[in-house]
Design a protein around this ligand. Structure first.
Ligand SMILES: Cc1ncc(C[n+]2csc(CCOP(=O)(O)OP(=O)(O)O)c2C)c(N)n1
Ligand code: SF4
Ligand SMILES: [Mg+2]
Length: 305
C-alpha cells in the first residue's frame, strides 16, 4: 500500500495466490469508531475477493478527506493525491495502463465541490474506472463544514445559523456528466452495496456509485430516514419498472432524494476513451509502417518546431 502521498507501492502477492481479504488488508483504518466508511472498505474487499483480480493489477486512487484515506488501507497499488484531483490522475493511469483495474474513492466535498469539474470531464470521456463517492453530507476531515450535499438548515462551522444554499442532487448531477453507469447505495445496506459495487466494476466505462456513509462524529443520524433499523425506509429501484437506459426516467427517479431511491439509475454502453484512443494509436502506427509510439511522438514534436 502507499505510505506517502503520490507514492505507488509495489507490494504484491505472487499472481498464483488466491486473493483474500487478509492479503488486501494494509494499515489499520484510522476512521472514527462507527464511521460508515468501514463498511465500504469491507465490502470492497469482499467484491475484490469475488472477482479475483491479480493483486498487482489493482490501483486505488483518492483525493483528500476521511474517505480519501482509502488507499492507505488497501494492500494494492495506491495513490493519495491532491484534494479533488483524483480523477485526472486516475484517468492517466487508466489510459496508459490498460492491464490494470482503476478505482477512485473520495467524499462529497472531494467529488462534487473542488473536484466537480474533473468529474464532468472524466465521466463524459467515459474513462474506464470505478468511482465510489462516500457521501456523508459534510466535510469530515476538516471537522464539520457545509458540503455540496448538506441539506438546507443544517448548522456547521461554516454555517453556524444553518445552511442557506440549496444542495446539489448527486444523481441529477451525475446524469448530466455523461457517466455510463450511475448507482446509489448505502453503507448500512451491505448486500445492496456489494451488488452495486460489483455491477459498477464489471461495467466497461466510467462507473460511479454514490454511497451514503454516515459521519458519526460530525453528522450522526444523517441517514436515519433511509436506515430501516432506525425506523427509516430503504427503497430500492425496481428494474422491471425502470429502464436503466432511459436518462429522462432516471432524472424523474432522482426527484425524490429524501431519502431517495437506491440502485442503478442509469447504465448504457458507449465506447470508452480507452478503446477509442487505442484504435487511434493502432491506426496511426499501421499508417506509419509500425513506428513505435515514441517515434511518432518525436516526429510530431519535430514537426511543431
Ligand atoms: C486544495 C485544498 N483545499 C482544501 C483542503 C482542505 N480539505 C481537506 S479535506 C476537505 C473536505 C473533505 O470533505 P469530503 O471530501 O466530503 O470528505 P470526508 O472527509 O467527508 O470523507 C477539505 C476542504 C485541502 N486539503 N486542499
Ligand atoms: S470524522 Fe466522520 S467521516 Fe471522518 S472518520 Fe470520523 S466519522 Fe468518519
Ligand atoms: Mg464528506
Amino acid at each position: 500500500m502507499s505510505t506517502a502521498t503520490t507514492a505507488v507501492s509495489t507490494t504484491a502477492a505472487a499472481p498464483a495466490d488466491k486473493l483474500t481479504k487478509k492479503m488486501l488488508t494494509a494499515d489499520h483504518p484510522t476512521w472514527c469508531p462507527g464511521c460508515g466508511d468501514f463498511a465500504v472498505l469491507n465490502i470492497f474487499y469482499r467484491v475484490l475477493e469475488k472477482l479475483q483480480y491479480p493483486q498487482e493489477k489493482i490501483v486505488c486512487v483518492a483525493g483528500i478527506g476521511c474517505s480519501s484515506r482509502f488507499p492507505y488501507f488497501m494492500n494494492t497499488h495506491g495513490i493519495h493525491f491532491i484534494h479533488g484531483r483524483a480523477l485526472p490522475l486516475a484517468t492517466g493511469v487508466s489510459l496508459s495502463r490498460p492491464d490494470v483495474h482503476v478505482f477512485v474513492f473520495g467524499g462529497d466535498g472531494d467529488g462534487f465541490s473542488i473536484g466537480g469539474n474533473h468529474l464532468n470531464h472524466a465521466a463524459r470521456k467515459n474513462i474506464k474506472l470505478t468511482y465510489v463517492i462516500m457521501d456523508n453530507f459534510v466535510y469530515g476531515l476538516t471537522k464539520n463544514q457545509t458540503s455540496p450535499t448538506t441539506p438546507v438548515g443544517r448548522k456547521s462551522k461554516t454555517d453556524p445559523t444553518g445552511s442557506i444554499d440549496r444542495p446539489i442532487n448527486p444523481m441529477k448531477q451525475l446524469l448530466a456528466t455523461g457517466a455510463t453507469f450511475i448507482g446509489r447505495t448505502h453503507a448500512a445496506q451491505v448486500k445492496h452495496m456489494e451488488a452495486m459495487f460489483e455491477r459498477a466494476i464489471l461495467h466497461d466505462g466510467f462507473s460511479v456509485v454514490e454511497c451514503l456513509s454516515e459521519c458519526v462524529m460530525f453528522y450522526p443520524g444523517a441517514f436515519d430516514d433511509s436506515t430501516p433499523r432506525k425506523g427509516g425506509n430503504f427503497e430500492t429501484i425496481d428494474e422491471t419498472q425502470h429502464d436503466v437506459t432511459d436518462d429522462v426516467a432516471a432524472f424523474k427517479l432522482a426527484d425524490n432524494l429524501a431519502p431517495g431511491k437506491f440502485g442503478v439509475f442509469y447504465q448504457v454502453k458507449r465506447p470508452t476513451k480507452n478503446a477509442l484512443e487505442q484504435k487511434w494509436i493502432d491506426d496511426t502506427q499501421a499508417k506509419l509502417g509500425g513506428a513505435s509510439q515514441k517515434d511518432i511522438l518525436r516526429k510530431r514534436f519535430e514537426a511543431m518546431r
